[in-house]
Design a protein around this ligand. Structure first.
Ligand code: HAM
Length: 413
């Protein structure tokens, strides 16, 4: 029986895995450079925690990987990072110090979606949350960090869309009118049920007939209270001052129900149907919903799989990183022993060293050195042991230099 990976999971094998790793590292460095600290979170949590994402969302109602553990508890593989991060922030009191509490997280997430290019059942995401502070400047900074990450990857063919879902009063007023508008529409029972749970979801419906029916529906932005309008204008002013282009999309509907106020999405132009490379927003009320203080927060999630697809679609050059500094090829038993010792010594000095294994002909070993992606290679045989001198070859240029074994570390430096 030849096993295959489960349907719809993303996995990365060499050489593409090094591009994936570069994307993750680049985004992680961008986030950390703004003072966000790592939260290493569990992959599964109490199912009830994730129910707080919103019953009207597909993520909760159709896509959760939920099972009973051996103790009879209902457990779910995390479909997203925000509620788990808030759970941890609250549990460990990270929101009791100076605010905002600023954290990030990275890893696999799980949604039982219909798999297609850019949409996986296990996907990778990096996200951040800034919790405890209401400030339009923070909204703008959070958006700018995602934007800076995409720019660092070299991406140019993406757009930022923003909107505001306003405050509780805004949403309540809008909801009354939207519900009465929807009541006048001829909808099937399932769609009506979805609208009952969250009428905004109908703006997200991809069916032509529903799009047509919703064309004249009341738009939330028209209901913003003066306070919400002021905040939204300030966010826009900050973004403009930072030179970040954006468009306002008043019909944006995020796939999760907890959003309030500033909400945003980054959309890539070359990715087809699964074009959302990142998104997020503010979430008043979510922390108290999961048993914490009544404080607000804002954050984003970036899809690493889609960021890689975007980099590939734009045919960007990924910076060369050498797999190791030196590839050592020992010829004969005495040389093997010396090579093992040499490699171990050099590694303790901080170098990345690879060895050739198996008694292969020199030519085959040189091919392995080529394939390894090492920066330099050298061969050790009886002659080299006797003279104490080796020839180091720079793999890209083919240039060769003689170096004493005792000064190998210096030569590598
Ligand atoms: P999200 O938009 O659901 O937001 O997911 C974040 C990103 O993950 C998306 O923009 C997309 O790039 C990627 N993504 C989502 N689902 C899949 C999938 N099935 N396959 C591949 N990539 C996918 C959140 O999860 C929020 N927690 C973000 C956030 C943080 N909001 C506030 N704080």
């Amino acid at each position: 029986m030849k096993f295959q990976a489960p349907k719809g999971v993303s996995e990365y094998v060499p050489p593409r895995s090094s591009a994936f790793s570069w994307i993750r590292t680049t985004l992680e460095q961008t986030i950390a450079s703004a003072g966000y600290e790592l939260l290493e979170l569990p992959i599964f949590e109490d199912t009830d925690l994730f129910n707080r994402i919103g019953a009207s969302t597909d993520v909760v109602s159709k896509e959760m990987y939920t099972f009973e553990d051996r103790g009879g508890r209902s457990i779910t593989l995390r479909p997203e990072g925000t509620v788990g991060a808030l759970r941890a922030i609250n549990e460990h009191g990270l929101d009791r110090g100076s605010l905002p509490a600023k954290i990030y997280y990275c890893g696999p997430f799980f949604r039982a979606e219909r798999p297609q290019k850019g949409r996986y059942r296990q996907f990778y995401s990096i996200g951040l949350e800034a919790v405890g502070t209401h400030d339009a400047a923070l909204d703008a900074e959070v958006i700018s960090i995602a934007d800076a990450g995409f720019k660092k990857l070299g991406l140019t063919k993406y757009r930022l869309e923003i909107t505001s879902l306003g405050d509780a009063q805004t949403r309540a007023l809008h909801r009354v009118d939207l519900v009465s508008y929807i009541a006048g529409l001829d909808l099937d029972p399932e769609t009506k049920e979805r609208a009952n749970l969250n009428p905004l979801r109908l703006f997200d419906d991809k069916r032509e007939e529903v799009i047509a029916l919703m064309k004249n529906a009341p738009i939330l932005l028209d209901y913003l209270s003066p306070e919400s309008t002021a905040i939204f204008s300030e966010v826009q002013r900050h973004l403009t001052a930072m030179g970040i282009n954006f468009t306002i999309n008043p019909r944006m509907v995020r796939g999760l129900d907890y959003y309030t106020g500033t909400t945003f999405e980054f959309v890539h132009d070359l990715l087809g149907a699964q074009s959302g490379i990142g998104g997020g927003g503010r979430y008043d009320g979510l922390m108290s919903e999961i048993g914490g203080q009544d404080i607000t927060g804002i954050g984003f999630g970036i899809g690493l799989d889609r960021a890689l697809l975007a980099v590939e679609a734009e045919e960007l050059v990924i910076p060369v990183s050498f797999a190791s500094d030196l590839f050592i090829i020992p010829m004969g038993e005495a040389a093997k022993s010396l090579a093992l010792k040499l490699a171990a010594d050099l590694r303790t000095q901080g170098f990345q060293i690879e060895l050739a294994f198996g008694d292969r002909a020199l030519k085959t070993a040189m091919k392995a050195a080529d394939k390894s992606g090492a920066r330099f290679s050298l061969v050790i045989g009886e002659d080299e042991i006797a003279s104490g001198v080796v020839e180091i070859k720079e793999m890209i240029t083919g240039q060769i230099n003689s170096v004493r074994l005792t000064s190998l570390a210096n030569a590598l430096k």
